[in-house]
Design a protein around this ligand. Sequence first.
Ligand code: ZN
Length: 313
Amino acid sequence: MNFLRPFSVLLAALALTASLPASAAERIPVVASFSILGDIVANVGGDRIAVTTLVGPDEDAHVFQPAPDDIKAVSRARLVVVNGLGFEGWIERLAQSANYRGAIVTASAGISARERAGDDDHDEHGHHDHDAHSHHGKDDPHAWQDPQNVIVYTRNIAAALARLDPAGADIYRKNGEAYVGKLQELDRWAIQQFAQIPDAKRRVITSHDAFEYFGAHYKVRFLAAQGVSTDSEPSAKEVAALIRQIRTQKIKALFFENMSNPKLLQQIAREAGVTPGGKLYADALSRPGGPAPDYLALMRYNIGQLLDKIRLN
Ligand SMILES: [Zn+2]
């Protein structure tokens, strides 16, 4: 009977790998373009996948330059997930450099995209004159600032992972729906919070136009010093117009962003006579241990900061 032993050991080993969660080494390598998306992907994929994030915490995806490690991560990936809407202008070149042949999934597919602020209702500031950053397209990429859009992201990611790894399809769907439940809960809480503040007070100044989706969803008006991308610079005329607006509308809620240069906003705050009210997490998570280490924490933190300040407007 001894001759059967190697077979039964092998069968037992096979049964084990089929029933247990994959060990770290067997996890499916997935790349997400930036930290907020990486967190969403990790929530859906659970322990079947290993997520690598290209643009990390407190970093700015608008001006990202891939390093050799990023190329290596993409070359090893079996799936790449991007935000889309022109946010990752660098992804095609990076995929090419990495000789990546897998799918590039657009998490925002199917949401109703907003046009970049300044393309429609900010004409008086002359945004049209120097809208030179056409590589960002006409869409506003910051869709993750509305949790209802992140529900779409979550389901797109679950579907993409299920296509890649059909054996895990049920798990991805369950993980995804559990996360959707948390997003709905967050959204209900946020709507209740903002409902307590009169519309006229809901005005906020930030560095760049990252909060248009947030503003549309929660009826908060955001005025930004820069355009929709941090790589654009406003004219002196636009800055002067913004300062006038802060003064005449007596706006007190002025925030820095975690991933962009605070210099311009500091100047505006000084000239408008407003004390900046801390930091909002716009396009990136904080580092672990910071106030916004994951998407749900980021939203709760931003909303708490905003509520504290817009009450004073
Ligand atoms: Zn941005």
